[in-house]
Every structure is written in C-alpha cells, then in structure tokens.
Design a protein around this ligand. Sequence first.
Ligand code: ZN
Length: 275
Amino acid sequence: MKPFDLLRKGILCAAAAVLCFTWVGRAAAPPPGQASKQDEELQLGQEVFDELKARGEIVESSPLYDQLRPIADAITRAAQPQYNHPFKFYLVHENQPNAFATPGGNVYVVDSLLYFVKNTEELAGTLCHEVSHTIHRDTVALMEKQQKIQAREVGAAVLLGPTRAHLLAILLLGKLHSLSYSRDAESNADVTGSDICAKAGYNPWGLVWLFQDFQNADIGQVPQLLSDHPGNQNRVRTLEKHFRANPSVFGKFNSDAKAAQPISVPKNASEVFLR
Ligand SMILES: [Zn+2]
C-alpha cells in the first residue's frame, strides 16, 4: 500500500478510533505538560501496536519465532543498557520484507524478511539497525518533522477529533513504510547497529553483505528500510571505515560472506494472529 493510501485509510481509522476511546472510557492522555517525553514514546509505541493488532498483522505464535527469538534476545541484552524501555520483538505479516521500530522499544519484523535474508548475520544486522533508530530516537525526530509536512492532513484529522497519540501512530506507520529517514540517520543507525551486533556476538559484516546483495536484487524485492540504492555504497564505506577504526572490536570478524551462519526457516510456517 502506498504511504498516502495508508495515511488516508489511517485518518479514517483514527476517526473511528476516537469513538472507541470515548465509548470504552479508555484512560485519557495526561494534561499537557504532565506527560514526559518518555511517556509519549511509550504511548505512541502502544498506539502503533494497537493499530497493527487491529489490522490483524501481529503474529502471536509461529515456528518462525524459533528463528527470531535467539537473535532478538542476544540483541536485547547488548542494546538494552542504551535505552530506557524494554525492547520487544514481534513478527508481523505484510507484503514486503521489512522491519521497523517504534518509540517505546517495540521492533516489528515482517515474516517474509526471514525468507529474504541469506544468513543469520543479515537478519541480525537488520534488527541491530532498527534497534539503533530507537536508541537514537530517530522516529520521534521524524514525527516532529512529519507533523509539519503533513500539517494539512493533520488539520483535517484533528477536526474529526482523534487523540493526538493515535494520529501520530497512524502517521508514523505511514512513514515507516516509506523511505523516510535521512541518509545520515541511516548511516548512524548502521554504525550503532554494527556495535550492537558485535557486542551481541553476531558478525557485523552481515549488514554489508545485505547491501551487497541488493546491488543485484530486483528493486521490488528489496526491503524498503534498506532500499536506498544510491546511498548503499556510501553506507558500506562508512561501515568499513568504522570497522577499520576499531580493530579491537571488529578485527575478529570475518568479512567474507562465505563464513556466514546459514539460516534455516521452515517453509510455509504456520502463523496464529493476535486478535
Ligand atoms: Zn533505517
């Protein structure tokens, strides 16, 4: 779905949601000024979770979690000291292989990404990259920018009265499905992500291998989060420079993709969705 379709659909959802909020007597947001920035992050993350749940996208149980969980656990152990809300990883079912993180610590991994990556290190690299966006609070910065860009749409939706957090969640989802971060933010997430992967024991060259795979891939098959083709070479160069500058951390890892750990994912794995 195109971001703007999603946005349009989202505004309708947001309008519908405000009725639900009113009718079920859901706790109102704290008065302005009382909610800290951190509370807002949690609230925004929860709204995105609720929206994905309402769309029936969140996978509650699947054998695919057997592949995801050990990687997610190791990354969480390595990254958690840098973020003040617990990281949680969820599989979601969407058309494009993708992964995205929201404020508050949730990381969403599209099921088909597990089939798209060629090895464990490529999957770990992608997740380390996403966790780094959360640590850098890139999504919060993106939302603040996005709010200005979409002022007209926001204005239209505000007339209908959705709660601010839900509206932001809808906008955020739209942006997370499109190319949205600046190249600097992407490169910074790569660098922090490589530190996290190294700490978690996953070869940080995985992200470089993934970019290299993309050079030959059909653009439609490339996960959107990493599909910035002209920028990929720069991102690889930035990572290589970072590895060279920190030999004590990165020197022990093999840059050859032949050394990768294969990933074995069951074909047509069953999925039970959270309702
Ligand atoms: Zn990114």
